[in-house]
Design a binder for this molecule. Sequence first.
Ligand SMILES: [Mg+2]
Length: 391
Amino acid sequence: MRIIAHVDMDAFFAAIEQRDNPRLKGKPVIIGGSRHRPRGVVSTCSYEARKYGVHSAMPLAQAVRLCPHGIFLPGNMAKYRQVSAELQQIFASFTDLYEPVSIDEAYLDLTDRYREYSSLWQLGLALKKAIRDQLDLTASVGIAATKSAAKMGSTLHKPDGLTIILPEDFDRIIGPLPVRSLHGVGAKTAERLENLGIRTVLDIRRFGRKAMISHFGKLGDWIYNLSCGIDPRPVEPRQTRKSVGRETTFDSDLNDEAEIKKTLKELAADVSRRLQAHHLWGETITLKLRDPDFTTTTHSLSVNYGINSADEISQAALVLLDRAWASIEPNRRKPLRLVGISVSNLSENRQLNLFTPPRESKVDRLLVDLNQQFGKGVITTGHLSPHDKRS
Ligand SMILES: [Mg+2]
């Protein structure tokens, strides 16, 4: 049997702010923006704020109405990332086999370690104690034989919870939970299940594998397995990816601006698809251009939040192209042999994007940012020598 722990920090951003500013302790702290310009959504809020019905992803304006005396803070991603890095060091002290799933959550495969403790309970307490002692923060931990059960366990007794789910206890603990708590059951699937009279995990089992497959196909098979405590997904330590990029060499050197821009949009869509497949966001976009004589130039820009949509990436690439061409008269431009786009400064931090106001177009905001950057000269232009091996 494998032993997997799922660690989920409690109200991570808000707890860090309360830790670092004693005046915030015991108060409803809401991270995501200002009370006076409540345009975004709540990123995290303290448990004191949750009592008023405030929760993550709620529009800030609504949070202000529910909790008018709340303390609204914009948040400090650089600090939260730093704490997240310290948290990963703690995980690493328990096992090499840890898989961060977001800035404040990770799976740890402790199969080779748990015998060093007198019980799984003691192992869980040791993990929580290390986090509390070293970071002065609390975590909720679930320990089970599968990722899915461990994750469900960590949500059961928040905050500061510890839940052990042995296979023999699976039916008793997980069985009565709503179908929504299973990995892969979203709002739509939950609604369809409920229309079939299936409300709990045990209901799925009673419904049976065949019926689940006939109604939901492969997803039905997957959900049925989870309802039985079967989840073969291993804990996969993250290989740090430095950048995600795509480039293309034209069949013949290209001078057609529309065609070049069309190609950049296609490359951006491809890069976006790959970033999203790996749940990655990047803060630096680089455009690479190569002349027929193999002179290669790169042009980069950075924003202080993660982007990964095709629109954002292509918009950034087009801005960089305009920038690269700005000083050259159109009739003196050399044709291009190759164009490429890459995105770097990657993180898996989904929460970053919660800071984005929901109604404002992210692309518009990106353009505003980029124009400001032009003024400050943040966009950098690099030159690589001909036949550069890095290309
Ligand atoms: Mg959390």
